[in-house]
Design a protein around this ligand. Structure first.
Ligand SMILES: Cc1ncc(COP(=O)(O)O)c(C=O)c1O
Length: 384
């Protein structure tokens, strides 16, 4: 019924798997027939605390009974509290709140352009990487390095130059007087989990410093513990000038954030805005999410479970297993990722086929060793 109605009333912007979920608890989801599934996708790297986490439920309930929305014409304490916590966890900066990853990246792009106007003689070009994904707005599909998302929507906003990922020399070669920033994912997620090579982010950071460019890191998917550190760039021992977040921040509620250090923070009143961005509900829930991650040691747990998950993927007959922490993928030689995804679903396991060959796993940070075991046995059968 839901499936037929969806076809009739929803724009067909993407393909859905034939299942309708009605309820979730922890790492488990339940469909409309009551069937249970183990969820290794977590709403595409969103539900860091799984489904219906008691602290998230309590924060939604408490804050929605107080104040849900006022706009950014006024101050609200939850917004300031969340900004402060994010800055404490990352690097000295100030925060702009919005509602999604694409919007966080739009903010970063506008910030870079204004910074170029002020500091680099009107330079506006950004160097980004082939295969990257930064969202679905016009500017972010132009920034992203995947033609399938951008070609049907030409003409695109100007000013994005794409180079190969994990090639610092290509960034150096592409830098001109017009360049204002380099924008990267520390692990490319949507294309199928391609981690930065050792030394890459450090080399890019050094180049940006030398050339007076901004380094923007899109941590929308990698942020907030997913890779076994609070932020993926911490593995490389560097800090960006600008960092974007979304996905896991709101425990399932929509929220995005763009953090900029003092050098990059050039927005002035009137430059940018969002009606819903930073509303008290999303911010209170996000603070609760950060609190639980810290209280329950989930960053270290993600590192530990990530290793376990990665080591369990070695016997699925995949030609490549790659990832960092609880952001893992594997690639089949044959085009069998989608049938594999369906076989897993039939076996009560949710995985994500990103294309015909690759499968991505981005489970909640609260996943347990027993659940990884259970997932492994379903995947073994599905891979046969
Ligand atoms: C790295 C990265 N940036 C940006 C986005 C876009 O986020 P949203 O879908 O919330 O706009 C995504 C979504 O997958 C992402 O993985």
């Amino acid at each position: 019924m839901t499936v037929e109605l969806a076809e009739r009333y929803l724009m067909q912007t993407g393909r859905r798997l034939p299942v309708t979920f009605v309820r979730g608890r922890g790492c488990l989801l339940y469909d409309d027939s009551g069937r249970e599934y183990l969820d290794l996708v977590a709403g595409i790297a969103v539900n860091l605390l799984g489904h219906a986490h008691p602290d998230v439920v309590a924060a939604v309930s408490r804050q929605s009974a107080e104040l849900i929305h006022t706009s950014n014409l006024y101050f609200t304490q939850p917004q300031v509290d969340l900004a402060r916590r994010l800055v404490e966890l990352s690097f000295p900066s100030r925060v702009f709140f919005c509602n999604s990853g694409a919007e966080a990246n739009e903010a970063a792009i506008k910030l870079a352009r204004k910074w170029g106007t002020k500091n680099r003689d009107g330079a506006f070009e950004m160097i980004t990487t082939a295969g990257s994904f930064h969202g679905r707005t016009l500017a972010t599909i132009a920034a992203g390095g995947q033609h399938k998302y951008s070609d049907p929507f030409r003409p695109l906003p100007d000013g994005f130059v794409h180079v190969a990922y994990n090639d610092a020399e290509a960034i150096q070669a592409a830098t001109t007087d017009k360049t204002v920033a380099v924008m990267l994912e520390p692990v490319m997620g949507e294309i199928g989990v391609i981690p930065a090579a050792p030394g890459y982010l450090r080399q890019v950071r050094d180049w940006c410093d030398k050339q007076n460019l901004l380094l923007i890191l899109d941590e929308v998917q990698t942020g907030l513990g997913r890779t076994g550190r609070w932020f993926a760039h911490q593995h490389a021992g560097i800090t960006p000038d600008v960092m974007t977040l979304a996905k896991g921040l709101g425990g399932g509620l929509p929220i995005g954030a763009c953090l900029a250090n003092q050098r990059a923070d050039v927005f002035e009143p009137g430059d940018h805005g969002s009606t819903f961005g930073g509303n008290p509900l999303a911010c209170s829930v996000a603070s609760a999410v950060l609190h639980v991650i810290e209280r329950d040691g989930l960053v270290g747990h993600a590192a530990e479970m990530g290793e376990l998950l990665e080591s369990s993927l070695g016997d699925l007959g995949a030609k490549d297993v790659r990832g960092v922490g609880l952001m893992q993928a594997f690639e089949f030689e044959d085009a069998k990722a989608k049938p594999f995804q369906q076989a897993c679903l039939d076996g009560g396991l949710i995985v994500n086929a990103v294309d015909d060959h690759s499968v991505r796993l981005v489970p909640p940070l609260i996943i347990t060793a027993e659940q990884i075991d259970r997932a492994h046995s379903v995947m073994r059968k599905a891979a046969r």
